[in-house]
Structure formats: C-alpha cells, structure tokens
Design a protein around this ligand. Structure first.
Ligand SMILES: [Zn+2]
Length: 258
C-alpha cells in the first residue's frame, strides 16, 4: 500500500536531513565576500566597475567591501577592505567604493540585513528598461514571490544620500528590488543568501524576457508560491547552493580565498 503523509511531514524531514548532511566550510566574511564577487563574475554580473557587494563588520557601524577599482573577477579575501559608517577606510590596503553610500541607508534601517549585493547584470538591466516589476512565476525563482520590490524611476547614480533614502524606502522589508534603468539589489541576513538570490534574480529576469517575447505571463498560485518561497530559502538549502557555486568558481579561481 502506498504511504501517504501530510506534506508538512516531508518538509520537516527535508529540513532535518539538510541540517545533517549539507555542511559548508567555515569561510570568514572576507572569503565569502570574495567568493560572492567571483561567483557573480562567472554568472555574467560583471559590468566593469559597476555594482557593489558589502557585508556588515563585527563591530557595529563597520562594513566590508571590495576595494574600488577592482572587478568582481579580481576579488580575493586580501583585497576586501573595511570602512566606517561614513565610508572612511578602517582596515585594508585600497579605496572605499563611494557608490556604497546607499548600502549604508539600507543597513541603518534594516538591522537584520548583514549583506547586500547590487549588480547590473544583462537580463535584469534589460528588464529594468521596460517599466515592469519582476515576475516570480517559476518554481526556481519563487524565492522572489512577494519578496521583490520595484523602483519605477531612476534617481541618478547612487552616490548621494537622496538615492539611499529613495532605494531603501522602495525596498521596504523585502529581500530584493528591481531598480528601473539600473539593475538589481538583494539585501539579506547572510552573504550566502544575497549571493544565491542575485544569481537567481538574473535567472528570473531572463525567463521573464523569454516568456514575455511570446505572450503574457501566467501567475503562480499564491499559496503554492509562498510554500516554494519558504522552501527555497531554507538556510541550509541556500548554504548548499552557495557552496556549489563556490566550488565551481574555486576550481579555476582558488586564489579567491587568499
Ligand atoms: Zn548600480
């Protein structure tokens, strides 16, 4: 006779097994940030020097970032610098990225956010020209269901405080945002989650453009989408996905950890 259980039982079992089996190396935050840069370079997020990846430092009001002037594909743990709440260099040999001022606005207003990835990848950038929000209409991209905001106008290069206020207000309490005429941003509790979401928001934008070229997009059932959203964001599943992308990038970029 077939075994039939409520779906919650399978979710609980999956979580338990993930916690047991999906272990990831204990990289420090500089290594995780460098790995995120390399992963996103491999995934086509590179746009010369545009885009920034930051993480909270251990001391309140401090932030890690890639030294300005380097591309994502040049990131190493040793060229990640630490700055204060006004972008003054505290640690490391390099230049603080002046475009990171708008990240500070998000960190100030979202105490749970510990990592931010902002990039201009080709499909998110193309979608951002159309004036329509991201459609989270596929199982693989359900983590954006009711979790991706949209800023419908472009406030200019985000080096001032006004742009920080506009972007953090538009983001609200969501994890991601599509920025018109600009790109994408993911603000998450961990570096791993910000990295994985950034890979998948670009995938979602690519799917949306492919589907929209043929016809209108059918929406997901909200209850099923919410279930898939939570499933995709289980911390161990996110960690394992990050670990997979990290292994892939480390096979050719082992120096990223140095
Ligand atoms: Zn940007």
């Amino acid at each position: 006779m077939a075994i039939v259980r409520p779906k919650e039982a399978y979710h609980a079992l999956t979580t338990e097994q993930m916690n047991k089996h999906l272990r990831v190396p204990e990289w420090n935050i500089r290594q995780k940030l460098a790995l995120t840069c390399r992963i996103l370079a491999d995934e086509g997020h590179e746009s010369a020097l545009a885009g920034q990846i930051t993480a909270r430092g251990e001391k309140p009001g401090t932030y890690w970032m890639l030294s300005f002037g380097l591309g994502f594909d040049e990131a190493q743990a040793s060229n990640i610098v630490l700055c204060d709440d006004d972008l003054n260099l505290l640690e490391g040999d390099g230049m603080v990225n002046p475009s990171n001022r708008f990240h500070l606005w998000i960190y100030r207003h979202r105490p749970q956010v510990n990592a931010i990835v902002h990039t201009h990848p080709p499909y998110c950038s193309a979608l951002s020209l159309l004036g329509e929000p991201l459609a989270a209409a596929h199982m693989d991209t359900a983590m954006f269901h009711d979790d991706c905001a949209f800023l419908p106008h472009w406030p200019g290069p985000p080096i001032g405080d006004e742009e920080g206020e506009i972007i953090h207000n538009a983001l609200g309490d969501k994890r991601a945002i599509l920025l018109a005429h600009h790109g994408q941003l993911c603000a998450c509790t961990t570096m791993e989650e910000a990295a994985v979401l950034s890979v998948f928001i670009e995938r979602a934008a690519r799917m949306q453009l492919l589907a929209r070229a043929v016809g209108p997009i059918q929406k997901l059932d909200p209850a099923a989408a919410k279930e898939a959203h939570d499933y995709r964001l289980k911390p161990r599943a996110v960690g394992a996905t990050f670990h997979y992308y990290a292994r892939r990038t480390l096979r050719k970029n082992a120096e990223a950890l140095e």
